[in-house]
Design a protein around this ligand. Structure first.
Ligand code: AMP
Length: 283
């Protein structure tokens, strides 16, 4: 399974990614974590990123794209991955499309965690308190000033990805204001619906493929010994109809797969999950 988790800072992407890793045995690729590790290790990338990150700005695209490309090539990512914090801009998303295509991978879904902005500062303050309680050093960018900058960068540069993936019929929006467990359950539910729809689509496609083969075989047998060898090809086209039809169905099945998990739909974007009083925190 190959997923993207989308959402503003403090939406709970890290927490949910951790749970998806446990559940699906895939790896979490967090550009933020990787960059923080690079800063801590004082690598050239870390030195480049340190001040930008502390101020809540975005590290240059080529840096993060390079990191992700190298990381996807590692063995432990072969079974699948969750991208957390990447892509963050449309050019990064386009680069990711190219990268996945080159590596022969498909993206299964993009899960957007939708949260009220007003709750984010609270959540980030909770994260700081929890890290301190664990004896860890809080993140340099977990303060009101940097958060405001990260949020405005999110709105301007990352939020357009909602439309980007919505148009590609990959977007699943989950209400991130529910409790952590409820969000986890909703994500599980929508991903299961996508998986089931894909499996159905796969069965239909292979059935259509068989029809094409059988039809072509029959046609070839019939045409054997007949005057025009070219005729052998004609029924193939007729027999290929179901495949074309099934291709069209695949599209609607795709739509259905995105529709399935949704409780609400607006302009190709799916919203799932119900509001709950519980408050979620971030890891
Ligand atoms: P995060 O842990 O995802 O909140 O990321 C922390 C910081 O790392 C961000 O505020 C950026 O400075 C940097 N960063 C992480 N991912 C990216 C990315 N995809 N593109 C640019 N900068 C990033």
């Amino acid at each position: 399974m190959r997923l993207i988790l989308l959402g503003p800072p403090g939406a709970g992407k890290g927490t949910q990614a951790g749970r998806l890793v446990e559940r699906h045995g895939i790896v979490q690729l967090s550009t933020g974590d990787m960059l923080r590790a690079a800063v801590a290790a004082g690598t050239p990338i870390g030195l480049k990123a340190k001040d930008i990150m502390a101020a809540g700005g975005l590290v240059p695209d080529e840096v993060v794209i390079g990191i992700i490309s190298d990381r996807i090539d590692q063995d432990d990512a072969a079974q699948g991955f969750i991208l957390d914090g990447f892509p963050r801009t449309v050019p990064q998303a386009e680069a990711l499309d190219r990268l996945l295509k080159d590596k022969g991978f498909d993206l299964d879904a993009v899960v957007e965690l939708k949260v009220n902005e007003g709750a984010l500062l609270d959540r980030v303050e909770t994260r700081v308190a929890e890290m301190r309680a664990r004896g860890e050093e809080p993140r340099a960018d977990d303060n009101a000033e940097a958060l405001a900058k990260r949020l405005s960068a999110y709105r301007a540069q990352t939020e357009p990805l909602v439309d980007y993936y919505s148009e590609k019929r990959k977007l699943l929006t989950v209400d991130g204001m529910m409790t952590i467990d409820e969000v986890t359950r909703e994500i599980g539910r929508v991903l299961e619906a996508v998986r089931a729809a894909d499996a159905k689509k796969g069965t239909k496609a292979s059935r259509a493929k068989r029809t094409v083969k059988t039809g072509a075989k029959k046609a070839a047998t019939k045409a054997k010994g007949s005057k025009a060898a070219s005729k052998a090809k004609a029924p193939k086209k007729v027999a290929a109809k179901p495949a074309a039809k099934s291709g069209a169905k695949s599209d609607s099945a795709k739509k259905a797969s995105a529709k399935k998990p949704s409780a609400k739909k607006s302009s190709g974007k799916q919203t799932v999950g119900k509001k709950a009083s519980g408050k979620a925190t971030v890891a």
